[in-house]
Design a binder for this molecule. Structure first.
Ligand SMILES: C[S@@+](CC[C@H](N)C(=O)[O-])C[C@H]1O[C@@H](n2cnc3c(N)ncnc32)[C@H](O)[C@@H]1O
Length: 339
C-alpha cells in the first residue's frame, strides 16, 4: 500500500546528505517508506503521525520510532521535516506542535507536491525562522529549508480548538485543524441526522470526525451505548472534546475501517469518507459496506449518507439483500439496510 516512493520522496532522495545530517522528527502527509529511506542513509528518524493506518503500517518496521496521536511526545528533537498536509491549517498546527521540541538553530525542512500547498512554506515558517530557502524542486515537488530562530513555547492545545453551535440539537461542536467540516455542519450529515430517529442499544459512529453524529444521537437517545471511531488522531481528539463540552460519554478510539472494532452493534451510522480521485477513500467505504453485516446484531441496521451518484445501493443490496432509500435531496441520499 505504501511500498512505492511518492514523487515528493523521490525528490527528497536527491537530498539525503542534507536531510540525514541529524535525526529528524518527521510528520505530515506520509504515504510511503520515506522514514526507512532516511534510516538507511543516516540516523534513524522519529515519526509522528496523526494517521492510524500509516502508524499501523510503519510501526512494525524496524529502525524507526513511530508515534500516533494528536501531539508528539515531549522528547527533544534535532530537526524537523514536515511533509505538507492537505489542509494549510493542519500544517500550522503541526509546526506549532513540533517546533517546541527543537533547539534554536535546528534545521526545519518542509516538502510537498507543488499543487498541495507547499509553496506556502515561506509564509508558514515566517513566525519561526528568519530566512527560508528553496533547496530543491523536481517531479512537481519542492523542498524548503530554514533554521529555527528562537525557542518556541509549548503548544497550548486549547488555542487550536474551534467551536460552532448546533442550534437544533443544542450542542457545541469542537473541531481541530484538518478535521472534516471544521466550522459548520455538513449538509449530508444534517440529512442523515434528520433521518436517524429511534436508535437504541449499541451504536457505532463510523468515521466520527468532530463527533457530531454521535453527540447528536446521545443527546436525543441518552440510553444508547455509543462508540466513535476514526482513522485520524485530530478527529478523535475533537470528538472527545465535543463529548466533554456537552457532558456526554462514549468510547472513542482509533480504527482503520472496522479493524479495531469488537462485537456486534444495533446500528452502524456514518457519513463515510469520500474524496473524488483518491482511490483509498472509495475503498474504505466499499470495505465498510462489505463488512458491516458481520458487525451488526440480527435486525441491526446500517444507516448512511452518500453523494447521490455513488453506486453504493448495489453494493449494499449484494451484501444485505435489500437497501432502502430513506431520503434524497438531489445531492445526497440516505440508505438503510437491515441485517
Ligand atoms: C465525511 S467525514 C465525516 C465526519 C463526521 N462523521 C461528520 O459527519 O461530520 C469522514 C470521516 O471518516 C474518517 N476516515 C477516513 N478513512 C477512514 C478509515 N479508513 N477508517 C475510519 N475512519 C476513516 C475521516 O478521517 C473523516 O473524519
Amino acid at each position: 500500500m505504501y511500498e512505492a516512493l511518492t514523487p515528493v520522496s523521490e525528490m527528497l532522495s536527491r537530498n539525503l546528505d542534507t536531510l540525514c545530517h541529524q535525526p529528524l522528527l518527521v510528520c505530515g502527509l506520509l504515504e510511503d517508506n520515506l522514514p526507512g529511506l532516511l534510516a538507511e542513509h543516516g540516523p534513524a528518524p522519529r515519526v509522528f503521525t496523526t494517521d492510524f493506518r500509516y502508524f499501523q503500517w510503519l510501526s512494525p518496521r524496524s529502525g524507526v520510532n513511530t508515534e500516533f496521536g494528536a501531539v508528539p511526545a515531549n522528547e527533544p528533537a534535532a530537526g524537523l521535516l514536515l511533509l505538507m498536509p492537505k489542509a494549510k491549517a493542519e500544517a500550522e498546527y503541526l509546526l506549532a506542535a513540533c517546533l517546541p521540541l527543537l533547539p534554536p538553530g535546528a534545521p526545519v525542512f518542509m516538502a510537498g507536491d507543488n499543487k498541495g500547498g507547499v509553496k506556502a512554506a515561506p509564509k508558514l515558517l515566517a513566525p519561526y525562522c528568519e530566512q527560508v530557502n528553496k533547496l530543491d524542486s523536481a517531479r512537481r515537488a519542492s523542498l524548503y529549508q530554514a533554521e529555527l530562530s528562537r525557542p518556541v513555547p509549548p503548544l497550548v492545545a486549547a488555542d487550536w480548538v474551534r467551536r460552532y453551535p448546533l442550534a437544533e440539537e443544542r450542542l457545541t461542536i469542537c473541531t481541530l485543524p484538518g478535521v472534516f467540516s471544521a466550522d459548520h455542519l455538513d449538509a449530508g450529515t444534517r440529512l442523515l441526522l434528520n433521518n436517524a430517529d429511534g436508535l437504541h442499544g449499541r451504536v457505532l459512529d463510523f468515521g466520527c470526525g468532530a463527533g457530531v453524529i454521535g453527540a447528536s444521537l446521545l443527546k436525543r437517545n441518552p440510553g444508547i451505548e455509543l462508540e466513535q471511531i476514526d482513522i485520524n488522531a485530530l478527529a478523535l481528539e475533537a470528538s472527545r472534546l465535543t463529548l466533554a463540552e456537552n457532558g456526554l460519554q462514549a468510547k472513542v478510539y482509533a480504527s482503520d475501517g472496522l479493524s479495531q472494532v469488537q462485537g456486534r452493534f444495533d446500528c452502524i451510522i456514518s457519513n463515510p469518507p469520500f474524496h473524488a480521485g483518491l482511490k483509498t477513500f472509495y475503498s474504505t467505504t466499499e470495505t465498510l459496506l462489505t463488512q458491516a453485516k458481520d458487525y451488526l446484531k440480527p435486525g441491526g441496521c446500517l444507516l448512511l449518507v452518500a453523494n447521490a451518484f455513488l453506486p453504493y445501493p448495489e453494493l449494499i443490496e449484494q451484501r444485505f439483500g435489500q437497501c432502502q432509500t430513506l431520503a434524497s435531496n438531489g445531492r445526497f441520499k440516505i440508505y438503510r439496510a437491515q441485517a
